[in-house]
Design a protein around this ligand. Structure first.
Ligand code: SF4
Length: 406
């Protein structure tokens, strides 16, 4: 393998001087999981409970119990009002009109008093009704993330989604009429070829929505899902690597051409509308997760809740712990994670934070144009982002063999 010299100004292996982790337990971001979905999608491996009504009272009771336990435990402290609150799922819009107001009462006025609070809630188009949209705005939600996925009816049916091709536009109208100025849409790519999904047409329609933010996810096959079983049994085939790549690159070209900033491997935003909550995850800051399957992080501890809704809710309401497991990250693991998360984002990582041991690997990435070194930072290119998982493994192997990481 031929080697190239480090780019001008490259200084590997110095101690990082930026992207600090929270050290005092002060937390300004909370994630709340809403587990209910009217139906489980074909490919979904999330912590979901099928329930057509959603059960907002049982949900609030469990979240209240866990919130009180966490406050009493004191590991996460909230000296300042929250910067971000994210209600994800599942399908939070199934919880009905009173759920977000109820959640605001649980979290409390002081923590929700930041005028710049980013409060996101996820919704599926079929349950994001005008009444839900109005109730969410009145409760204080100011960003809605819509599970659009596609506009192509056969693809929506194949996925098990409940909205039709016009559902996304109607949901965006409901959001705008209720006063939402910040709307995100999720789109999925890499669907099986037999669906004959018109990817270019879907990109045109999502652009027509005029939303401030888009997230783009490649279909992944999880073994536990019906899709995973169908693929294992030879009854379903996933997209070829070539089509997966072509669809991603076409999306990047169309969305950036329309003025969206490609600021993270899967995320596009009108400048200034990047998701601040997701940035908390990518920058290694502390966050608290409430609800079944939710994760929390406070350096150096990561922990996660019981995944099953019934087991979780029964436990917390009884006064028992919601926690299913935890890990304590050592210095080497924290450093590697910081690099890995930084490479997901457009800002990349400082070259000084990359261990010298990984220099041969990152220089090979640069030679292949999977990464670039600019102004003292290492950034992945779009081609590099397509290989993100493989590059992360390569980096991990290069770094974890290093004794001076300990
Ligand atoms: S709507 Fe989302 S969370 Fe619910 S089953 Fe489908 S993919 Fe999973």
């Amino acid at each position: 393998m031929d080697e190239v010299p480090p780019a001008a100004g490259t200084q590997y292996g110095e101690q990082p001087r930026e992207e600090p982790f929270s050290v005092d337990g002060a937390t300004s971001s909370v994630y709340v999981h809403a587990p209910f979905c009217a139906r489980r999608c074909f490919y979904c491996d999330f912590a979901v409970t099928v329930d057509r009504q959603g059960g907002h009272e049982a949900w609030l009771q469990a979240i209240t119990a866990e919130w009180r336990q966490t406050r009493h435990e004191g590991l996460f402290s909230f000296p300042e009002p929250l910067d971000t609150l994210y209600v994800g799922g599942g399908t939070p819009s199934l919880l009905g009109t009173r759920a977000m107001d109820g959640l605001a009462s649980v979290i409390g006025l002081r923590l929700l008093s930041n005028p710049g609070l980013e409060w996101t809630a996820e919704a599926n188009p079929e349950s994001f009704t005008p009444a839900i949209a109005r109730a969410w705005r009145e409760a204080g939600v100011n960003r809605v993330s819509l599970g659009v996925q596609s506009f192509h009816e056969p693809s929506l049916r194949w996925m098990g989604r409940l909205h039709g091709s016009a559902g996304a536009a109607e949901a965006v109208r409901n959001a705008r009429r209720a006063g939402f100025g910040n709307v995100s849409a999720d789109l999925i790519f890499g669907l099986p070829g037999h669906l004959a999904r018109d990817w270019g047409g879907d990109l045109a329609r999502v652009l027509d929505l005029g939303v401030e933010h888009m997230s783009l996810y490649g279909l992944t096959v999880e073994p536990r899902t019906p899709l995973g079983q169908a693929v294992a049994g030879g009854r379903e085939r996933v997209a070829s690597e070539g089509r997966y790549r072509d669809e991603y690159l076409e999306a990047v070209e169309r969305l950036t051409g329309a003025g969206y900033l490609h600021y993270e491997v899967s995320s596009f935003a009108i400048p200034g509308r990047e998701s601040r909550h997701n940035e908390v995850y990518w920058s290694g800051r502390s966050y608290l997760g409430l609800g079944n399957g939710a994760h929390s992080f406070r350096k150096p501890l990561r922990r996660w809740n019981l995944r099953d809704w019934k087991e979780y809710s029964t436990s917390v309401v009884k006064g028992d712990s919601a926690i299913a497991g935890h890990e304590v990250l050592d210095r080497a693991a924290l450093r590697l994670e910081r690099i890995w998360l930084g490479l997901r984002a457009r800002r990349g990582v400082s070259l000084a934070s990359v261990p010298a041991r990984a220099a041969a690997v990152t220089e090979r990435w640069m030679r292949r144009d999977w990464a670039r070194a600019e102004a003292g930072r290492l950034r992945l290119t779009v081609e590099g982002w397509l290989l993100l998982d493989a590059l992360a493994i390569e980096l991990d192997e290069a770094v974890t063999n290093r004794k001076d990481m300990e």
